[in-house]
Ligand binder design. Structure first.
Ligand code: SAM
Ligand code: SF4
Length: 420
């Protein structure tokens, strides 16, 4: 029997795509193997958001081809249609597979490149990696064209699945005993299907009977409506955690990034969200060293971090991406300065995250148990998305169980506690 191995680089969307790809390969009779050097088909699901993610494949793919000449290499994801990447890896990659065409793998893997798209690949029933937590993609692509971002070119325009299809997948997951459904798209909150918007969709999933949590990511500040905030607050299964990338704390930079909101708008949003859900935890993304970012403009990002007091932030050093509008601008903030700016933001993040976590001390929180270390310690997540470690004592616990844990200690990005 022929075997396959999938290597996924990048975001949750890529992981969800790989689960669909795995299901197609299995329906085609291929068997999963953990041995990437021995697989008959090696699929590399690539990411082109930053140069560092792209660079990983330039080492990996030639190495695998040299180790196993027999293996067919399939390249999918962000980089599958980039001409310069195709030129660079032409001697190693056997099949270039744009993500929207993965359903054609069902027919014949060798014809994949020539197949016409028959239906949205997100409708493929996935092989979920986890038995209790599932990514549920509600759409693909992006129409926003932020000036630094490759996603609209790599994934194409926004398309959304019907509410009916999403609800059917959610119902199926709950029936199978899943405890966490994570709705994903580039901008979940611009979801639209007929008259159903994202708030309506959340409400409908929330009304499915069962004991489970709903999370979603990511939300765009320009599309974060009052209706959505109210729906979040009113829906008991919707976790009180929001992932709201800000990208910069300066209005001029936000404009150059084509983000279509101001710092004031963002701060007001956070205020409204916290008023509606005081326990909410807030995660953001921010880019340092965007072309032309002055020290003063960066200081505005520092001030925003001090002001908002994020629980988590993914801070990236600007990486010039071919084909984007910002690629034409001089990448004029030095690497050292980008590193320096990132570490100054990291420092504030650590302080605010710790202050926020101290509020948990002595409180009992509901936790989804995720895995156990060899030494017996359990790891899980709170509804607010905080990592938490705890001991289960004599309790016969399994991954995917909900438990109550009393918080006895906190660090910047982790809580610790005992079962209650
Ligand atoms: N749709 C989301 C949003 O609007 O914020 C983000 C999706 S993007 C794939 C994930 C993150 O990668 C972004 O939030 C941004 O911080 C980072 N990113 C994207 N392009 C980048 C670039 N050229 N350089 C550095 N970071 C980048
Ligand atoms: Fe990229 Fe902007 Fe779309 Fe997010 S909203 S995926 S950053 S273009």
């Amino acid at each position: 029997m022929l075997t396959y191995h999938i290597i996924t680089i990048g975001c949750q969307m890529n992981y969800a795509d790989s689960e669909r790809l795995a299901s197609r390969l299995e329906q085609n009779g291929y068997k999963k193997t953990a041995d990437k050097y021995g697989a008959d088909f090696l699929v590399v699901n690539t990411c082109g958001v930053r140069q560092s993610a792209e660079n990983r494949i330039y080492g990996l793919i030639p190495k695998i081809k040299k180790e196993n000449l027999r293996s067919k290499i399939i390249l999918t994801g962000c980089l599958a249609e980039r001409k310069d990447v195709k030129r660079r890896l032409k001697d190693y990659v056997d099949i270039w597979l744009p993500i929207g065409k993965i359903q054609s793998v069902f027919r014949s893997i060798n014809e994949a490149e020539n197949e016409k798209i028959k239906y949205n690949y997100l409708e493929i029933k996935p092989n979920y990696e986890s038995k209790f937590s599932a990514f549920l993609p509600i759409g693909n692509g992006c129409d926003n064209f932020c000036s630094y971002c490759v996603v609209p070119y790599a994934r194409g325009r926004e398309t959304y699945r019907s509410a009916k299809a999403i609800l059917a997948e959610a119902n199926d997951l709950v029936k199978k005993g899943y405890k966490e459904i994570i709705l994903i798209a580039q901008n979940v909150n611009s979801y639209k299907s007929g008259k159903t918007d994202f708030a309506d969709l959340l409400k409908a999933i929330n009304s499915i009977k069962g004991d489970f949590w709903i999370r979603f990511l990511t939300s765009h500040p320009k599309d974060m409506s009052k209706k959505l905030i109210k729906t979040m607050a009113d829906s008991d299964k919707v976790c009180k955690q929001i992932y709201l990338p800000v990208q910069a704390g300066d209005d001029k930079i936000l404009k150059a990034m084509n983000r279509k909101y101001t710092v004031k708008h963002y701060e007001q949003l956070i205020k409204t969200i916290r008023q509606a859900m005081p326990e909410i935890s807030v995660t953001t993304d921010l880019i340092v060293g965007f072309p032309g970012e002055t020290k003063k403009q960066f200081n505005n990002s520092l001030n925003l971090f001090k002001q908002v007091k994020f629980d988590m932030a993914y801070i990236s050093e600007y990486s010039a991406r071919p084909g984007t509008a910002a690629f034409k601008l001089p990448d004029d903030v030095s690497r050292q300065e980008k590193k320096n700016r990132k570490s100054r933001l990291d420092k504030i993040l650590r302080q605010t995250a710790l202050i926020n976590n101290k509020k948990y001390l002595g409180k009992t929180v509901r936790v989804l148990a995720e895995n156990q270390s060899k030494a017996g310690e359990w790891f899980g997540k709170t509804a607010t998305g905080k990592d938490i470690r705890f001991l289960a004592g004599q309790l016969d616990l399994k991954a995917g169980d909900f438990v109550n844990v009393k918080v006895a200690g906190v660090r910047e990005f982790c809580l610790a506690g005992v079962l209650n």
